[in-house]
Ligand binder design. Structure first.
Ligand code: TYM
Length: 384
C-alpha cells in the first residue's frame, strides 16, 4: 500500500512522514532546534529526540525563545481512556516528562473520559471512567513532578466546560467538518468536543507546548486559527511518529488490535510470548539465506522497537544494524534481546504503577498546581 491516512482516530498504511509535514503544514524538527534544546537544558537528548522519533513541530523555536527570554512556557498533553495503555501511548509521556524535568515548567494532563464515551459506541461512561483511573496510574508511573503537574478528568474538572464555551463560539460546523470529517450522522457531542481538547492550551497566559503523536495535530491546527482572537498564544507542538504494532510497520499500534500491541499491564511472561509469536522481522525465509543475503532492519519491527525506545545505546544499535545486514544475526536472537528489554521495562513500570495508587489524589486535587487550578477563576478573555 503506498497510500496512507492519518486522523485523530485512525492511522492506515505506511506513513510517509516527510509528506505528512507538507500535508499538515508543520515544520521539520531540525538539528539546530535539537542542538539548542541540548544547549539550553545542558543535557544529552533522550533517544526519541536523538533518533528523530519526534520529527516535526509547530512554533517550537518560539517556545525556546520564550524560555530564553524568561517569559517561559507550559506543557500540555493527554490521553483518551478507551482501554489499557500500550507502549505507543506512553512514549509521548516520557518525552513530556523529560521536558518538564529539564525546563522545570508546569504540565497539564487531560484525561478525556467524555471524548471516549462520545466517540466509541461500545463504551459506557462507567467504562471510560474506569479506564481513566487505570490510565492515570500508568501516567503517574512515568514520574512527573507532583507539584508542577495537574492531571484532570474532563467529567470531574467541569471548569473545562466554562473554558470551552468561548472556544465553541469561534468554531463553526464547516471548519470542524473540514478538519475532522464530521457528517450528518456525527453525534452533537462529538462536534462540540474539539472545544474541550483545545481549552487546556489556554490554562496559562504563556505559550503552550504539546508533545504528542502527530495524529492529534488537527486539534492544534484549529486552535491556532482562533487563539489570538481570544487574547492567547497559538499553541506550539512537538510531533512524534507512531510506534508500529507487532505485525508490521504499516498503521500504528492500536488498542483495538490486541495481538499487535504490548500493554503496560501485560504480564511480562505473556508479553514475551506475544512478541515471540507475532512480531514481523526483516529476516530471510531460511537460515541459509539469512546468512548469505543478510536481513532487512529497515523492514523489521524488532529493530524499530529497539530504535524507538528499547535500545538506549547508539553504538549497540548500529552494531546490531550492521550485523543483521551482514547475516551474522538470526531473527530469533534479536527477538530474544527485545523480549528481555521489554520485560525489564514492564517489571519496572508495573512496580511504579503500584506505587502510583498512593499519588492519584495529589496529582488530581491536592498537588500545588492541581489545587491552584481548581480554585482559579477563568482567565480574563475567556470570561466571554
Ligand atoms: P490517545 O489516547 O489516542 O493517545 C494518547 C497519546 O498517545 C499518542 N499515540 C501514539 N504515540 C505513538 N505511537 C502510537 N502507536 C500511538 N498511538 C497513540 C497520541 O498521539 C497521544 O499523544 N484525544 C486524545 C486525548 C488528548 C490529548 C490531548 C492527547 C486530549 N488532550 C493533548 C495529546 C495531547 C486521545 O484520544 O489520545
Amino acid at each position: 500500500m503506498d497510500e496512507f491516512k492519518v486522523t485523530p482516530w485512525d492511522v492506515e498504511g505506511l506513513v510517509d512522514y516527510n509528506k505528512l509535514i507538507e500535508e499538515f503544514g508543520t515544520s521539520p524538527l531540525t538539528d539546530e532546534l535539537l542542538e539548542k534544546t541540548a544547549q539550553l537544558t545542558k543535557s544529552e537528548l533522550p533517544l526519541y529526540f536523538r533518533r528523530r522519533f519526534f520529527f516535526s513541530h509547530r512554533d517550537y523555536d518560539k517556545v525556546l525563545q520564550d524560555y530564553e527570554s524568561g517569559k517561559g512556557f507550559f506543557l500540555y498533553t493527554g490521553r483518551g481512556p478507551s482501554g489499557p495503555m500500550h507502549i505507543g501511548h506512553i512514549i509521548p509521556f516520557f518525552a513530556t516528562k523529560w521536558l518538564q524535568e529539564k525546563f522545570k515548567v508546569n504540565l497539564y494532563i487531560q484525561i478525556t473520559d467524555d471524548e471516549k464515551f462520545l466517540f466509541k459506541d461500545k463504551l459506557t461512561f462507567e467504562d471510560t471512567r474506569y479506564w481513566a483511573y487505570q490510565n492515570i496510574l500508568d501516567i503517574i508511573a512515568v514520574g512527573f513532578d507532583p507539584d508542577r503537574t495537574f492531571i484532570f478528568q474532563d467529567s470531574e474538572f467541569t471548569q473545562i466546560y466554562e473554558m470551552a464555551i468561548p472556544i465553541a463560539k469561534k468554531i463553526n460546523f464547516s471548519m470542524a467538518r473540514a478538519v475532522f470529517g464530521f457528517t450528518e450522522q456525527s453525534k452533537i457531542g462529538m462536534i462540540f468536543y474539539p472545544a474541550i481538547q483545545a481549552a487546556p492550551t489556554f490554562f496559562e497566559k504563556k505559550r503552550c507546548l504539546i508533545p504528542a503523536a502527530i495524529d492529534q495535530d488537527p486539534y492544534w491546527r484549529l486552535q491556532r486559527d482562533f487563539a489570538e482572537s481570544l487574547g492567547y498564544y497559538k499553541t506550539a507542538a512537538l510531533h512524534s511518529k507512531f510506534v508500529p504494532g507487532l505485525m508490521g510497520l504499516e498503521g500504528k499500534m492500536s488498542a483495538s488490535k490486541p495481538e499487535t500491541a504490548v500493554y503496560l499491564t501485560d504480564d511480562p511472561e505473556e508479553a514475551g510470548k506475544k512478541i515471540w509469536k507475532y512480531t514481523l522481522t526483516g529476516g530471510q525465509p531460511t537460515l541459509k539465506e539469512q546468512r548469505e543475503k543478510g536481513g532487512n532492519p529497515e523492514k523489521c519491527v524488532v529493530f524499530k522497537w529497539l530504535e524507538i525506545f528499547f535500545e538506549e545505546d547508539d553504538k549497540k544499535l548500529m552494531e546490531r544494524y550492521h550485523a543483521c545486514k551482514a547475516g551474522e544475526l538470526t531473527c530469533g536472537e534479536c527477538k530474544r534481546y527485545l523480549i528481555k528489554k521489554v520485560q525489564e521495562f514492564l517489571i519496572d513500570h508495573q512496580k511504579k504503577r503500584k506505587e502510583a495508587e498512593k499519588q492519584v489524589e495529589k496529582f488530581k486535587y491536592t498537588g500545588e498546581l492541581a489545587r491552584e487550578q481548581w480554585e482559579r477563576s477563568i482567565p480574563e478573555p475567556l470570561k466571554g
